[in-house]
Each structure stands twice: as C-alpha cells, then as structure tokens.
Design a protein around this ligand. Structure first.
Ligand code: WT7
Length: 654
C-alpha cells in the first residue's frame, strides 16, 4: 500500500486499541488508569501530594500541598526543599551508578556513553566551575550550545547550585540571543566554538560574541566548550575554555537545597507581541510533572532506551531529554545533527545502533522522512521499538498511519502528546496501555489535569462538532509560575480572558462523542512552523527593522512539511519593485529576518504592495491576507478597503 492510498481509506473515527501484548505489560493498564482518574477527581491536591511524596526525594518534606490564596499565582509544595539535580542523579547512584544515563551520537558519527556516575561527576565539576565564577543561587546562566552531553551537564550543574538557566536554541541568531541575555540579566554564558548541523558548522561562539557586544547587559564570563575545533577568538579575562575550567576541579559538590518554588529555569517562547516571553518554571512541581509523564505516557521501564529527538533549546528537550528521563532513572539518547545526514535513514540508523525502544519526535520530521518512501526505514532493524510519540502540532492522519505502519510495524502504540512550554509537561495524551488512539487526536487529559473546552463566556462546549477555547480549570504542579520580569503579561496572556478562573492555552479544540480532544490551532497571532512557535508580530518587527521596509503583515499558510509556512506582505518606504524584479530584495529581506531571529523565521514568500488592507478602525485585515496567501477565493467584505486596487498587488498579479 502506498502512502497515497492511506488517505482515501482513512475514516475519521478509526480507532486503535492498545495492543494486547503492550497492555499486558504496561505500567498503567485500563484499571489502574481508572483508579488514577478517580483519585484525582476525588481529591485533586491529595492526588498530587501523594505523587510528590513517592516520586521525589525531599531534603525537607512539604506540609502544604497547594497554596491557592493568591490566584492565579499558585505555589505547590512550597515549604518543602529539594534539589533537582540530586533527584536526577545522586538518588540513582546507590541503585546502579554504572547504568547508562546518556547515549550520545554526533552528526559525524562519533559516539559517547555516560553512566550515571560519570554524569554525576561531570555535573558536580561544572557546578564547582560556576561557583568559582561567582554564580550563586538565583543568578541566571544562558546556555547556547549544540546538542551534546555538556548542554545537559550545564543545565544540571545550574540546578545543582540553584542557578536559573535559560537555554537559547542554537539556531537562534546573535540578535535573538542578545535579547534573551538582556531580559534574563545573565551573569554567565555557556556556549561552544560551534556545533555540527546538516554538514555545516554552526558558529555559536561568534554569535555569542556579537550578542554580548551589542547587549546592554554584559555577562561576566563566557565558558566555551571545544566541539568543532575551529579557531575562535577568546576574550582575555572574560572567556574560558570548558576543558581548562574543569581541569583539576573537585567532582564533589554538595547540592544547594532550594525551596520547591525556586525557579529552575526560564525558557523564552513566542506570543502575540513582538517580544518573546520568559516562561518561568518551578523546581519541585516541574520535576514531578516530568517524572509522572515519563512513567504514564512513555511507560518508561528500567531497560528502556528512550530517544526524544528535540533540541534542548525547546521545552521538549528540557522535559524529555535533560530532566524527565534522568529523574526517572532512564537511559536517554542524544543526537547532535540533522535527520537527513548522511541520508534520510539517520533516525532509523540511530534507533538500530542504540536499540531505541521508545521514540518521540515531531510530525514535521515524520512528514519530511515519509517523503523518502518506505524503502529507507526498511533497511534498518527497528524491532526493539515498542512505543512511538509525537509532539508539536496536530499530526495529519496520513503521517500517523505511515508512522504506525512503517516505523511501528503496527505493533507500537502512538502517543500524540498535547502540551506547551507553559504547561511544562504532557497534559492531554493517551496512556498507551490503557487508552485507544485515533489518528490526529491527542485523546484525553491525563489524571490530575482538569481540561475543558469553553465558549466565549467560559461555558463548556458540549456539542462534539463545535470548537472552543482549550482551558485548564485547576492548577497543576508543572504549570508556569509567571513571565520573567513581567507578571502583568502572565495575567493578561493566560488568565484575564475568564477572570483568572481558567488557564487559557491559546489553542482552540473540539471534543468528540468519546470525549477525545482534537486540537484545531492557535487562536492568537502565533504560527506553528515545524512544531515551533513563532509570533507573527515578531517576524513583522524584524521586517520593519530593515531600512527599506515601512510596514509588514505576516500570516501563516499551510505547508506540506512544515505544517505552517510564513507569508509576508511588505510595504516599502520607496518605490514598489516591479513585478518580476523583486527577487533580489526578497532574498535580502529573508536573510535579514534570519539574522534578526533565526533561519526558522525566514518568510517563504514576500509580496509587495502600496499599502496593507485595513478596516475603517485601522486594523489590518489578516483574515483577508490569509485567504490570499492560500490562494483561496475572497469571500470577505472588501468594501471598507481604502484602495480596492491593492487587491491585485496583494495577489501578486499587478
Ligand atoms: C503549541 C505549544 C510542547 C512542546 C512542543 C511545542 C501546539 C503541541 C501538540 C499536539 C496539537 C500541539 C499547540 C500548543 N501543539 N503539541 N500534540 N497536537 N497541537 O511547544 O512551542 O510551547 O508550542 O504547540 O498549538 O499550544 P510550544
């Protein structure tokens, strides 16, 4: 059966029961799941309190589970104290220090294995280095690294001494890094000379130098990991090599016990304004979410080899590379490079080589690899795989079926996990031994997660064919605590819509007759490009920062691989280029946006017009622009347009 056949035979209500063999051995079966749901419904805080006691190691036990005296600010386990790195590393040493913690593979094929004992030693050493550099509890450390074990070591080292890390994705530009250094007020930056990606070298240190040069906040030190060996300048007094810094440093480092609510990290994500927001996560509540979901959703067992393909620069890489798998005592695979190097079989080669049993990736990657056909995965032994997962956007049924058939050999359940940077961990996802799956649905909320779909007035939507706002009605331990340095934005973005009663996710969704959730998309001006969030305003601000651009409007357009592509309408300060002569300027603007934000934000297409379509009140008619970008027929009322003549220009016809 070819992949094009799948589409036509697909019916929406196709359902896949948990495979019997899987269910029989699963951590959570149907009965156990029903018991978890009952316990959470009966006593929401008691349910989480019991898990916090059994799943985490506390230095000082908590006596109050939830402080909800100042909604929507919630504190979980707040009078307890613990250390996240202790929970991820030390507590496993007594059981089995020789167990593999990290299996690493570089893009060029180099591999490394770190046991728990080794990872513990390296983390302690680097924590001592940070201390020597003057980093104390509460200081911010920016981590701008390739996907190598040292990225996790740096994160764990921060956690060990109570420093707050903010990982910046290595694909972000110097300018984006500068904004984050400033907003976080970073004391130290940890980076590398470079990383390998898609056969190229990503010059991280050069970008860090440029970011710091232009930054109003000047980090005191830059620690540089030697990864590529390229010659790079080092600034005397400020920069030091990782290998020099750790040489001779003690591998003994007492953890700093922190309050449960102490911020573990800040991670920047896009919203509907031009400025990314620093999502602030807690220590204990966040960690609890990562361990419980590793066990419930990924059914993690001691002998599993778990691979989440996300970069540590995204929340997925935080929860399911750097923290969750380690907190649960698992073995995690890390891969530095691109999925198509040396060819589109790389993911499957890694699965075979390391014996991956649980594999977690994004629909965009599945679609991209599916394009190369079934023959490539067929060359590899994927028989150890037992569970597959997806995250980042709704997965189209065709890609789901391919994943199920060609990768999972119809044997592995697929967990489609809905969550966000803000939620910290999975919120709506199937528990693989207990919940039947439907291609394209993230199924039902996890125990202890009180999700709902509500209308404009906050009333539950009950019809199965109607969409509404996806909300969470009760606080949960791994939720964001605030927006770093901008609590008002926390209130405005997530809570004000329904008077602080519900957390508003920013997604619309519908629920079918079985209570299954189907995510429909964002309700705000946020794009989902290859499973990554980008604000339309962010791209617009980048465009208007160019000297030739007067005004810009950015919309999304469906894209077969990326999910959503970026389409920009631009009004220039001077003459509009004549039709057919825009190419040079378009390339210049695309490169400009990559420089301002990063390559992922490059518009796929740019169209020039004399002005933008606006309503009488001056609002840009985005819906009209989206219609045009999709090449669909215009059904909107265009009579309010100042100049109907621009329609031709917007369509690229004049
Ligand atoms: C947004 C969050 C959470 C890690 C990756 C992205 C979309 C995420 C799914 C899914 C449908 C999904 C939502 C959400 N999304 N997972 N399984 N099905 N949509 O994190 O950058 O914070 O983006 O991604 O729109 O709000 P993020």
């Amino acid at each position: 059966m070819s992949s094009s056949d799948i589409d036509s035979i697909l019916i929406e209500d196709r359902q896949f029961e948990p495979p019997a063999a899987f269910a029989a051995a699963a951590r959570v079966d149907e009965k156990a799941l029903a018991a978890l749901h009952r316990a959470a419904q009966k006593d929401h805080t008691g349910f989480w309190a019991a898990l916090a006691q059994t799943e985490l190691d506390w230095e000082t036990p908590f006596t109050q589970t939830l402080d909800d005296s100042h909604p929507p600010h919630y504190r979980w386990f707040h009078d307890g104290r613990l250390n996240v790195s202790w929970n991820c590393l030390d507590r496993h040493l007594t059981m089995d220090g020789d167990k593999t913690a990290i299996l690493f593979e570089g893009e060029k094929g180099d591999t490394r294995r770190l046991t728990y004992a080794e990872l513990h030693r390296e983390t302690c050493r680097f924590a001592n280095v940070l201390k020597q550099l003057g980093v104390v509890k509460g200081d911010r450390v920016i981590i701008y690294m390739p996907m190598v074990p040292e990225a996790v070591i740096a994160m764990q080292a921060c956690a060990r001494i109570g420093a707050i890390h903010s990982v910046v994705f290595g694909g972000f530009s110097a300018n984006a890094l500068k904004d984050r250094i400033e907003d976080a007020g970073a004391k130290v930056v940890v980076t590398a000379d470079g990383g390998h990606r898609a056969g190229k070298i990503i010059a991280l240190k050069a970008a860090a130098d440029s970011a710091i040069e232009h930054s109003a906040v000047k980090p005191e030190h830059v620690v540089v990991l030697k990864r590529t060996g390229e010659a790079i300048p080092m600034h005397a007094g400020r920069d030091l090599w990782w290998h020099d810094a750790v040489a001779g440093v003690s591998d003994d480092c007492e953890p700093v016990w922190v309050e449960a609510e102490h911020p573990l990290y800040i991670l920047y994500t896009s919203g509907s304004t031009g400025k990314p927001k620093g999502i602030q996560h807690s220590s204990a509540g966040y960690l609890l979410g990562t361990v419980t979901t590793m066990k419930w959703v990924f059914d993690l067992r001691p002998d599993d080899i778990f691979w989440c393909t996300a970069d540590v620069g995204w929340v997925t890489g935080h929860s399911y590379v750097a923290y969750g798998p380690l907190a649960a005592g698992g073995t995690v695979v890390m891969y530095e490079g691109a999925p198509t190097v040396p060819d589109a079989g790389r993911f499957w080669a890694i699965c075979q080589r390391h014996g991956v049993t649980v594999f977690y990736t994004a629909p965009t990657a599945i679609r991209a690899l599916m394009k190369f056909g079934d023959e490539i995965p067929a060359r590899y032994d994927l028989s150890r795989l037992r569970l597959l997962g997806t995250v980042g956007e709704p997965i189209n049924p065709e890609a789901w079926m391919w994943y199920h058939r060609v990768i999972g050999k119809e044997r592995c359940p697929i967990v489609d996990t809905w969550w966000q940077t803000e939620t910290g961990v999975h919120m709506i996802a199937p528990i693989p031994g207990a919940v039947a799956t439907k291609p394209g649905s993230c199924t039902i909320p996890l125990p202890g997660i009180d999700a709902d779909i509500v209308d404009e007035h906050g009333n539950p939507v009950t019809q199965s064919d109607k969409g509404g706002y996806l909300v969470i009605k009760k606080p949960w331990p791994s939720m964001l605590r605030t927006v770093w340095g901008d609590d008002q934005r926390y209130l405005d973005t997530y809570w004000s819509k329904f008077d602080n009663r519900y957390y508003v996710a920013g997604d619309s969704a519908r629920r079918d007759e079985d209570g299954y959730y189907w995510i429909m998309g964002r309700i705000d001006d946020v794009l989902n490009v290859s499973g990554h969030r980008l604000g339309t305003m962010e791209v617009e601000s980048a465009l208007v920062a160019h000297h030739r651009v007067a005004e810009a409007a950015v919309v999304g357009r469906p894209d077969a691989i990326k999910g959503e592509g970026i389409f920009a309408y631009v009004v220039l300060k001077g003459e509009r280029p004549t039709l057919g002569s825009e190419q040079k300027l378009t390339e210049e603007l695309r490169a400009w946006v990559a420089e301002q934000i990063g390559a992922i934000a490059k518009p796929d297409e740019i169209r020039y017009s004399d002005n933008l379509p606006k309503t009488r009140s001056g609002k840009i008619m985005r819906r009209l622009l989206r219609t045009i970008a999709r090449g669909e027929e215009i059904t909107q009322d265009t009579s309010t347009l100042e100049n109907e003549g621009i329609l031709g220009q917007l369509r690229g016809k004049e």
